[in-house]
Design a protein around this ligand. Structure first.
Ligand SMILES: Cc1cc2nc3c(=O)[nH]c(=O)nc-3n(C[C@H](O)[C@H](O)[C@H](O)COP(=O)(O)OP(=O)(O)OC[C@H]3O[C@@H](n4cnc5c(N)ncnc54)[C@H](O)[C@@H]3O)c2cc1C
Length: 426
């Protein structure tokens, strides 16, 4: 049997940031996939650079960004002023919709404005909203909610928003009060958590490669999933070996981690969506001056399209297209092919494609992609993480913590745990 002090399950941003920050090399990383990176991976094909899905970076901690960029060997990191729009029945509205709906045709604008200003009569403001959908109605009124916020987010999450917690999107949801909205009619102030973003020329994988510089490659076991964990004996099994550990850091989805550990839980508490991503490269340039577009229209199969060529400044349209599915949906080859054709048709409907020829494409399914954060999931995850941590298994990361976050959050959280271990062993 092999022995290690720290067993890391998963070589995504979380697992690698943890190993990078540890002050010992007494660790092993098991990664189920044949390569590192988790969801932060990049595909290079026929001259196009695509991520697993649009991955752009908004660092709140400049020192973390500096740390990563310093390890990129001088490669350029683009800093881009974000231009995001909503395509609303043929009209363009700047993101966030709730601050820019004055850009809609006048009649629609007035309807939405009246709903916003009279919302208290319809949706008792002051009574705390009990779910995400109620919160939207209370804050923005019927028009804005039903025209954009609800259909868009229901396409993405593939669930009724009444199932989600009020704060399901945390800091990623752009709130705005009425004075702010009204002021924005006169002078745009679309500040949001990601008003500018950075993007390395080589794609999102550059951040992973930067973390990898502090990780011993020999301690990364690729294509080697952890298939069971004995919490009492502190032994993990892979198809190739048994590993005796002192502590585990796992970034696997917490429900799957509980399966590995034989911990029982209510599966109905853990729901999520899948996202089918198409990366598509065309023979000529397309829409210019926009980084990504949101599509609330339920007749259009995708909820978002992003334009890599407008970030890189290249002359062939290079896009990612995202489609939301419920957790139980089957996304097999036939479904991918059916939806690839449908995506091309819908891209024509919304004016992204006209005479363009598709010259290269790639697809990936993210499962899970967005977890459904509910009152029950918040309580159960907190309780199960505490119980597992007491037994030496620390469940971290976007899916280990069953949360909505960015890679920077993963790095911060992983470093905190590594610091704790570093201090204990000092
Ligand atoms: C659609 C979408 C868009 C996003 N956009 C952005 C963005 O623009 N900017 C940003 O900062 N973040 C973005 N994110 C979030 C970002 O992808 C995540 O925060 C980050 O990749 C999570 O890293 P992680 O290591 O926690 O998890 P993961 O990337 O999921 O890595 C977990 C790893 O564990 C492995 N694993 C699982 N089970 C086992 C097992 N039993 N044994 C061994 N290995 C196992 C997996 O194969 C995987 O490699 C986005 C996420 C999604 C879904």
């Amino acid at each position: 049997m092999e022995r290690t002090r720290y067993l890391v399950v998963g070589a995504g941003a979380t697992g690698l940031a943890f190993a990078d920050w540890l002050k010992t090399d007494d660790y092993l990383i098991c990664e189920a996939q044949p390569e590192v990176g988790g969801y932060c991976r990049t595909v290079k094909q026929d001259g196009f650079v695509w991520d697993y899905s649009g991955h752009f970076f908004h660092f709140k901690h400049p020192e973390i960004e500096r740390y990563l960029v310093d390890r990129m060997g001088g490669q350029e990191v683009l800093r881009v002023q974000k231009v995001a729009r909503i395509w609303d029945e043929g009209s363009w509205v700047d993101f966030p919709y709730q601050k820019n709906f004055h850009q809609l045709p006048k009649d629609t604008f007035i309807e939405l404005l009246v709903d916003l200003l009279t919302k208290d009569e319809t949706y008792e403001t002051g009574v705390p909203a009990s779910n995400f959908k109620e919160m939207l109605y209370q804050k923005f009124g019927r028009g804005i909610s039903e025209r954009f916020l609800i259909p868009y987010n229901e396409k993405l999450y593939a669930t009724d928003l009444a199932n989600l917690d009020v704060d399901a999107m945390g800091r990623f949801f752009p709130y705005a009060d009425i004075p702010e909205i009204i002021r924005n009619f006169r002078a745009a102030d679309n500040a949001s958590y990601n008003a500018t973003f950075t993007y390395p020329e080589g794609g999102a994988i550059q951040y992973i490669q930067a973390l990898m510089q502090g990780v011993d490659q020999e301690r990364v076991l690729l294509s080697e999933p952890v298939i069971s964990i004995d919490l009492d004996a502190r032994v993990a099994r892979t198809p190739q070996r048994e590993i005796q550990y002192e502590a585990i850091l796992s970034s696997a989805p917490i429900n799957r981690l509980m399966d590995l550990c034989g911990v029982s839980y209510d599966p109905e508490v853990y729901t999520w969506n899948k996202v089918l991503v198409f990366n598509m490269g065309f023979d000529r340039k397309g829409l210019e001056g926009v980084n990504w577009v949101y599509y609330p229209d339920t007749e259009v199969c995708f909820y978002r399209v992003g334009f890599y060529d407008n970030i890189f400044g290249t002359d062939r349209m290079s896009i990612y297209v995202e489609l939301g599915y419920p957790r139980d949906a089957v996304i097999d080859e036939a479904e991918v092919e059916r939806m690839r054709l449908r995506v091309l048709e819908d891209l024509k409907v919304v004016g992204v494609v006209d005479e363009h020829e598709l010259v290269s494409w790639h697809s990936v399914t993210l499962d899970p992609a967005y977890v459904h954060i509910t009152r029950d999931s918040i309580d159960d995850v907190a309780q199960k993480r505490a119980m597992l941590a007491e037994r030496g298994v620390h469940s971290l990361g976007r899916y280990g913590g069953w949360t909505y976050c960015a890679i920077e959050d993963n790095i911060v959280e992983a470093r905190e745990l590594a610091d704790r271990f570093n201090a204990e062993k000092a």
